[in-house]
Design a protein around this ligand. Structure first.
Ligand SMILES: [Zn+2]
Length: 87
């Protein structure tokens, strides 16, 4: 089943939760663990399912690798700003 929108290619409607999760994880990881909006735009270009944005937001916010990356970036930013104040 496809969902048709004006001026866009038809979106493949995904009903099976297992396939939704597989698409979501694949897109998020292929993008290099980008944020909610980038992951949503990538998936929403070809697929549709109800509450897609909420599912993506929940997945990205609970992704273990993203949590580690955020902590690493936060530590680097703190280190850089600290050094900048005293150099
Ligand atoms: Zn991630």
């Amino acid at each position: 089943m496809f969902k048709r929108l004006l001026n866009r290619p038809p979106l493949l409607v995904i009903f099976e939760p297992d396939k939704q999760i597989s698409i979501l994880i694949g897109a998020h990881e292929d993008l290099g663990h980008k944020g909610v909006q980038s992951t949503f735009e990538t998936i929403h270009y070809r697929f549709f399912w109800p509450h897609m944005y909420t599912d993506i937001k929940h997945h990205v916010q609970s992704c273990h690798e993203c949590q580690i990356l955020l902590k690493t970036v936060a530590c680097r930013v703190h280190t850089i700003s600290w050094r900048g104040e005293y150099d």
